[in-house]
Design a protein around this ligand. Structure first.
Ligand code: ADP
Length: 193
């Protein structure tokens, strides 16, 4: 059966970093909706331009757009054996859409939902540093604050949703990258064995 891992964590928690490392070790593609939107923007597609009007404010891109894009991505052959989802789902509507998609298309379900937890002060500090290094357009102070608020309101409720299904695993994200990675690998191995 295909293995779908949903990585959860606030902006700056290290989802992207960990997902990239996991994709090599687990031989599963990282599917990051934020990266897909940024790639579209770079290529100046209609989808990219539309998404950017939300991203630059730190708001969520509308569900219909995001779900359709994710569906297309998961239909690619490299996702046949599963994927590491990073940045999706971000609200309950998206979580429901994912469940349906996995059941109908893959005859599968989510294997595990690791939540990389980091205190909010550490998060803000990390995002400000990332802004200096990478110059990502949405890493400015006002947008960061709004992304945190969106996370608390729309995305954090998913933690209880997945905990109730026995899928949530807490990972302490305020440790060196390698330690977080080792913890993730161990918990994923337990959940998929
Ligand atoms: P971060 O996790 O640091 O906030 P991402 O790269 O995951 O960064 O996302 C950047 C932006 O892309 C979000 O603020 C949002 O505008 C948009 N986005 C990404 N994933 C989704 C999603 N699942 N639903 C709606 N919008 C999304």
């Amino acid at each position: 059966m295909a293995t779908f891992i949903v990585l959860m964590g606030a902006p700056g928690a290290g989802k992207g970093t960990q997902a990239k490392l996991l994709q090599e070790k687990l031989d599963l593609p990282q599917v990051a909706t934020g990266d897909l939107f940024r790639a579209n923007l770079k290529n100046q597609t209609e989808l990219g331009k539309l998404a950017n009007s939300y991203m630059e404010k730190g708001a969520l891109v509308p569900d219909e757009v995001t779900v359709a894009m994710l569906k297309d991505r998961l239909a690619q052959p490299d996702c046949a054996k599963g994927a590491i989802l990073d940045g999706f789902p971000r609200n309950i509507v998206q979580a429901d859409a994912l469940d349906h998609l996995l059941t109908e298309t893959f005859n599968s379900t989510i294997a595990i939902v690791p939540h990389i937890h980091v205190d909010v002060e550490v998060l803000v500090d990390r995002l400000q540093k990332r802004a200096e290094i990478e110059g990502r357009a949405d890493d400015n102070e006002a947008t960061i604050r709004h992304r945190m608020q969106v996370y608390e309101e729309a995305t954090a409720p998913l933690l209880a949703y997945y905990a109730a299904r026995g899928l949530l695993v807490e990972i302490d994200g305020d440790r060196p990258i390698e330690e977080v990675q080792a913890d993730l690998l161990q918990r994923i191995a337990q959940a998929t064995s």
